[in-house]
Structures are given as C-alpha cells and as structure tokens.
Design a protein. Structure first.
Ligand code: HEM
Length: 487
C-alpha cells in the first residue's frame, strides 16, 4: 500500500482491500453477496441522478459578488443596496429553457438568469431571463405552454405543430416570439447577453414609500449572438459551448460582469399608466422610466462541483429581503408558489441546508424541523415551538414589503383595463425598430418554423398575430412561409 496516498474506504470508513476485483467463490466463480464494497458501489451509482428541473434543466453556474455603485436608498431599504461600495456574495445559474439535461447550449431559446444574493438579511433570489418579456401573462397557462415547447409525448422531440399551435392560441406571445426569432434569439454565450428581472417588483424605502421597479443587467462584454446557421453548426461541434465559455473565461481570470440598472415607477403612477405595468408581456419604454444605475455584478469563481453546487442550487422568486417584494403581476404571483414546491420535490424539504442554498451572511433560525436528510443540529435545549419562554427566535413585526390595497369580488378576472392594453403594439414597435436586414432574418426564422406546421388554420392564426403587430410584418411572414411551402 502506498504511504503517500490516503486509504480508499467504504462509505462507513472501513479500508477497501481490492477495488479492481469483486469477491468471488473461487477463481472464475460467481460473486458473493458478502462483498459490501461491490454492493455499495453499484447501489450508490444507481442513485446518482435526481429529477432534472422540469424547465431550465441544462445550465451553468458561477459565484461572484454584487457591488453597489449608486445610491438607491431613496427607493429601497434593502440593506445590501444600502451603501455605495457595499459588496454581497452571489451565485448565478444560467440556463436554456426547453430542452432536457444534455441539450445543446446554442439553441434558439430564452436563457435563464437566476441570481442569488447572499445578503445579511437573508438570501434574495432574482430569477429572471435574458429577455425583458415573456410568452404568457397568467400562470394557469404555464404547464400547457411548456408542454407545447418540450418534447412531444409520442414523437419524443420538439414539434413545430405544438410550438406554433400554442402561440396561435396565445396572441399575448407575439412580442416575445418576435424577440426570440430575432437577432437576439441565440446568444453567443452566457457572458454576451443581458439579464432581466422581467417582472415588475416592489421596492419600499425607509419611509414606507412604494416604488415599482424593473431590473436590467447589461452585459459589459457586449451583446453577441449567433445566426441560426452558426448555432446549428455549434450545437453539433460543441454542444457545451456556453458552459465551456463561462468556465474557461473565469478560470483564465477574465471575469464577466454586468451593470445593473433599474426603471423606477412611483406606485401612484401605476393605476393610470397607459397599459398594465404588471403585464409581463410588455416593457416599460425608457423614455417614460429611464434606466438608473445601481451597481455591478462580477463572476469570479467557478463551482468546484457541478452536481453539488449547480444541479442542486435552488432559486425561488419568493425569497425576498426587507425593502423588496412582489407586485400584483399574476405570473409572478404564480411563480411565488411554483419554485419552492419544485425544490421540495427535486431536492427534498431540507434543500435549504445545502451549502449553495443556505444563507451565507446570516443564519437561518426558525422552528422548521426534521424531514429527509436533516443536518441542522439546533442544540440540546433549543425549543421546536414558538412562542416559547426559552429565548428562541422571535418575529420582527415588520413586513418585508409594503401593504397594497385590494378591492373587488373574487373570481377569474381579465387583467385590469388600461387605455392601451392590446397584445400587439409592442411587438409592432420592436419590428419597426429593426433594420431591413434584421427584419429579413426575423421573418426567415419565423417562416423556417411556421412552414413546418401541418395545419393551415394554425399557420393563418399566427400570421394574423404578426399582421396585427404590423401589416408589413404579417405580409412578409406569409410570403416567406408560402415560398418555403412551395419550394
Ligand atoms: C425554473 C416554473 C415563469 C425563469 C423553473 C422551474 C419551475 C418553474 C417549476 C424549475 C425550478 C427548479 O426545479 O429548481 C415557472 C412557472 C412560471 C415560470 C410556473 C410561470 C407562471 C418564468 C419566468 C421566468 C422564469 C417568467 C423569467 C422571467 C426561470 C429560471 C429558471 C426557472 C431562470 C431556472 C432556475 C435555476 O437556474 O435553477 N420555473 N416558471 N420562469 N424559471 Fe420558471
């Protein structure tokens, strides 16, 4: 036995004599049930995989920090944003959305941008995407939407019929579809794209004043994207292109960074804004609410173990800290439930005790106990109920975010009506902003998918949506689809 190397042991710590030959009944004989090392090794291997995320399965992670560069204390009392120069440790997970674990990185798909701030007031998770808008505006539609975009249960692959059928029934998707099929639809890497909180969130300052905010993380590497052809080639030659790029950049000491800006709307302006400011399918024009700089995010450390730290990371949009809270955006409200529920299924009830998920700048102190894989030891005499007379943790009486008045009857309601709430005008504005070349690529990308759809009514409905955004947009898509169908 080598003196310089540590001894190989079983899970129980006993030394292993032979790691190359199983225990057999004689030379060439059958194997024995008493071979604890063999049984343990095979059984443990069988249990290595856990359920993958139902969406955003394929991803990459990195640690870093967020540093405040500009004073925003007039808008939020969040401690980690409370002083210029203050740094907070962070963990980010980027992802693609639709494909399963192992899918290629360079797909035409939104990218996840999930950020955990390990603040002194608890972990704050901002679980966004690289797009400022989304396909739908009610969480009730999310499972149907995802079913239509992921692999078909019969064919086992993504089907243009399903993808476009869902969009045919979802006019509100036109803005996000225009974004996705345009030049920014395939980022060259995770470093070369922006991140957005996408939803409207609520900030509250020390005086209790309420503001609605949208987060924009602008990449300092510059935006770089791939054409459909470049991406198709890369998916074949280097399916892990985004992972390789992020990992190697940080290993080389070239630390990617983003500048955080926010758009801020005083709460009193929300009700009379010309469209519903809590509608996730719309952006707030910068001329109404200009970008205000807050700080910068820098990624400077790769995780040591992808499974332990990236696969087991868990981000939940309802992990807020004092001074930050939800808005009435219905999609966000649905997400406040969905994520922690997914984590309890995917990782178990004690996933918050895993190092990547546990608070780092403070300690969790509550009366949640036990469950599968509990590791927290609370001390012999710590009580597991509250209130108690033994000095256990107590409530603050201070809500994290400000209360918001609500009125009306319970029931299923359409969104509140504002002067300009239609599903198409922002898609049209985005189209008209594009150069001729950009419009050409957008239309070609859409037609490439839409022309594969087998039902004429689905094709027509989608064309109707593009026409409603801009008649020229619809005309061009129709012409390109017909050309591909005939060719
Ligand atoms: C992941 C649900 C909309 C961004 C997930 C997961 C679920 C989920 C269940 C897997 C969580 C896990 O296993 O850890 C939903 C529902 C939505 C919704 C129900 C709508 C009602 C959105 C939107 C965004 C978004 C609008 C971005 C603006 C993400 C990201 C991840 C994710 C980035 C991956 C997080 C990670 O890296 O661990 N979503 N989602 N989702 N979702 Fe959503």
């Amino acid at each position: 036995m080598s003196k310089s190397k540590p001894t190989l042991t079983t899970e129980a710590g006993a030394p292993v004599a032979d790691n190359q030959n199983s225990t057999s009944a004689g030379i060439g004989g059958p194997l024995l049930l008493q071979d604890q090392h063999l049984l343990e090794k095979l059984a443990r291997f069988n249990r290595e995989r856990i359920p993958e995320r139902v969406v955003h399965a394929r991803g990459s992670g990195a640690y870093g920090y967020f540093e405040v560069t500009d004073d925003v204390t007039g808008y939020t009392r969040a401690h980690f944003l409370g002083e210029v120069g203050r740094r907070t440790e962070t963990f980010i997970r980027f992802s693609t959305v639709a494909d399963n674990l192992g899918g290629p990185d360079a797909a035409r798909d939104p990218r996840g941008f999930a950020l955990k701030f390990y603040t002194e007031e608890g972990n704050y998770d901002l679980v966004g995407n690289n797009t400022p808008v989304f396909f739908i505006k009610d969480p009730l539609k999310f499972p149907d939407f995802i079913h239509s975009q992921k692999r078909d249960p019969f064919t086992g692959k993504q089907e243009p019929d399903n993808v476009w059928d869902f969009w045919a029934h979802s006019p509100e998707a036109t803005h996000q579809v225009t974004w996705l099929m345009g030049d920014r639809g395939i980022p060259a890497s995770y470093r070369h794209m922006n991140g957005y909180g996408s939803h409207t969130y609520q900030w509250t300052n020390a005086e209790g004043e309420i503001f609605y905010v949208k987060y924009h993380f602008k990449t300092n590497q510059g935006i770089r994207c791939l054409s459909g052809e470049q991406a198709a080639e890369l998916c074949g030659t280097d399916p892990n292109s985004h992972q390789t790029d992020l990992l190697q950049s940080i290993e080389r000491g070239v630390f990617p960074s983003w500048t955080l800006y926010v758009q801020i709307m005083p709460a009193g302006e929300a009700a009379d804004y010309r469209f519903n400011p809590f509608d996730l399918t719309k952006v707030w024009p910068h001329k109404d609410y200009p970008l205000q700089r807050v700080g910068r995010l820098v990624l400077d450390r790769n995780p040591d173990n992808v499974f332990a730290e990236v696969e087991q990371s868990a981000f939940s949009p309802n992990n807020f800290v004092p001074g930050i809270g939800p808005s009435p955006d219905k999609m966000l409200q649905g997400r406040l439930f969905a994520y922690a529920d997914a984590h309890r299924y995917r990782l178990g009830v004690n996933h918050t005790q895993l190092p990547v998920n546990a608070p780092k700048a403070t300690t969790a102190a509550n009366y949640g106990r036990d469950g599968l894989m509990a590791t927290n030891a609370y001390g012999r005499h710590a009580k597991n109920y509250e209130p108690n007379s033994y000095g256990g943790p107590v409530e603050t009486g201070l809500p994290l975010s400000a209360p918001r008045p609500v009125t009306g009857y319970w029931g299923t309601h359409e969104a509140p009506q504002h002067a300009k709430d239609d599903d198409f005008f922002q898609a049209g504005e985005l189209f008209r902003l594009m150069s001729e070349e950009e419009k050409g690529r957008l239309v070609a990308n859409i037609a490439g998918g839409l022309s594969q759809v087998t039902r004429e009514d689905v094709i027509e409905k989608n064309i109707t949506h593009f026409s409603a955004a801009d008649p020229d947009y619809g005309r061009r898509v129709e012409a390109a689809v017909r050309e591909l169908q005939e060719g």
